[in-house]
Design a protein around this ligand. Sequence first.
Ligand SMILES: Cc1cc2nc3c(=O)[nH]c(=O)nc-3n(C[C@H](O)[C@H](O)[C@H](O)COP(=O)(O)O)c2cc1C
Length: 329
Amino acid sequence: MANLKASYLGLELKNPLVVSSNPLTDSVTSVARLEAAGAAAVVMRSIFEEQINADVAEMVESLEGDTSMAALEYLRADLPGQLGPEKYVEKLKAMRAAVKIPIIASINCVKAANWVSYAKKLERAGADAIELNLYHMPVDPAETAASVETRRLMLVKAILSEVKLPVTVKLSSHYTSLLAFARMLDAAGVRGMVLFNRFLQTRVNAETESIFYAPDYSSPNVLHSQLRWTAVIRDWVRCSVAISGGIHSGEDLAKALLVGADIGYICSVLHVRRDLKVIQEILDGLSAWMAHRGYAALPAFRGKLRETNLRDGTGFERMQYVRAAAKVS
Ligand SMILES: Cc1cc2nc3c(=O)[nH]c(=O)nc-3n(C[C@H](O)[C@H](O)[C@H](O)COP(=O)(O)O)c2cc1C
C-alpha cells in the first residue's frame, strides 16, 4: 500500500488531496462529510469584504431607529472592526470542534486595514492556515501592472506581519510576470501559493441582452496551464505549491505531483460527480499509478517533471510549443 502522506504549509497531511474553497466547505455538516470521505484538509468558502460590508450595513440600519446621530456615526465608523467576520468566525469554531483535519480559512481582501484584524480573529478561532484569495479586478485605467502588484504585495505583507499562522496565496494566472510576482511573495514569507483561482465568469444572454452568472465547473482539459506554471515556478520558490483547476482523477493528481506540486485541490469534480466517493476514487487511482510505477511514497516522484529537470529543450517553455506547432502544421 503506497504511503500518500504529504506536507503543505508545514501541515502534515494524510494524503495530497485537499478540497478547495467552494460551497461544499461552507457548512459544518458538509466539511464533516468531506473528512469522512477522505479529504486531507479543506479550505473554507471565502469570505468577501463585500459580505462584511453588507452585514455592517444591515447592522447600521437596525441601529438607525433609536440611536442618536452622534452615537450612530461613532458606531458606523467602528462597526467593521467590531463585527469583523463574526459569522464566519463562529462557523470556523464549529468546524474546528467537529473535524480533525486541518481547516484553512479563506479571505478575499481588497483593503489591508480591515483584513489584518480579521486575519487575527481567524487565527484565534482555530484556523490552521489562512488562504488569501487575491482576486480583484483592476479596473482603474490609470493603474499600471506594477502598481497593482505592489498593492497586492503590500496587502500580503501587512497580513504576514500580524499573524503567526501559515499564509498561502491563491493566485490568478493573469499576471504580466507571474514568476517574478511569485518570487516576491515567497521572499515576503508566504508559506504557500495556489495555482490558480478559477473565476465565476460573467455570461451574456444574447436573447435577453443581459448578463448573468452560472456555476462554471472545470474539466481535466484546463489542467495544462496549472501544470506548466507549477513546473516553471517550482524551483524558484521555497514555499509549498498547490494546484487548483482541472484535477478530476488519480492520474491528474499524479501529474500535479510530477511537475512539483505538494498537493492538489479539488472542487468541480465534486459538483460534477455529485458523490463524495470520488475523493477515495482519486486517492485509489493515485495509489494504483504509484504501485504500477514502483513508487512507495510521494517524494519518489514529486517534481520529476519540473522545468529545471528538463533543461534539454523538452520542457514547458517555448521549445516544446514550437515542436508541437511544427507537428500540427
Ligand atoms: C461554485 C464555486 C464556488 C467557488 N467559490 C470560491 C471561493 O469562495 N473562494 C475561492 O478562492 N475559490 C472559489 N472557487 C474556486 C475553486 O476553489 C477552485 O479554485 C476552482 O473551481 C478550480 O478548481 P476545480 O477545477 O477543481 O474546480 C469556487 C468554485 C466554484 C465552482
